[in-house]
Design a protein around this ligand. Structure first.
Ligand code: HEC
Length: 105
């Protein structure tokens, strides 16, 4: 079932929206203004093009959307980034959840 969902997400190029945050109509969070630097700073050291931990690469907005629900739940639960990495601030976690709730525009 997970695999079928993943394929559907890739086919649609966007997989719904995150459920941990809230998408406000005046949100200014985009890949350019937020997502790209967030991923580069916190995630791509382990989820890059050549070192995709668990098969998850987060180097483009399309790839983030393809893993949208997992990214949302892993960060909301505190599982990612793993212990030992620089911890996210509450503001960073909130911004990520709200950006994903808008479908990672
Ligand atoms: C220090 C290395 C490291 C960093 C930094 C890191 N990850 Fe991971 N990530 C892993 C490893 C290793 C796994 C696979 C094993 C596991 O789930 O713990 C993984 C798994 C995942 C998964 C897949 C979980 C699943 O159930 O399939 C997602 C999604 C994910 N990471 C998202 C992120 C996000 C988002 C960030 C940045 C906030 C991040 N990771 C930062 C190492 C890292």
């Amino acid at each position: 079932m997970k695999r079928i969902l993943a394929i559907a997400c890739v086919a649609l190029s966007a997989c719904g929206v995150g459920t941990s945050g809230t998408c406000s109509t005046d949100s200014t969070l985009t890949w350019e203004s937020f997502g790209q630097s967030f991923m580069t700073t916190n995630c791509t050291s382990c989820h890059g093009a050549t070192n995709a931990s668990d098969g998850v690469s987060l180097t483009s907005v399309a790839l983030v959307r393809a893993h949208l629900n997992k990214v949302d739940s892993e960060v909301a639960s505190g599982a990612m980034p793993p212990r030992g990495s620089t911890a996210l601030t509450t503001q960073q976690k909130t911004d990520l959840a709200n950006w994903l709730a808008c479908g990672a525009p």
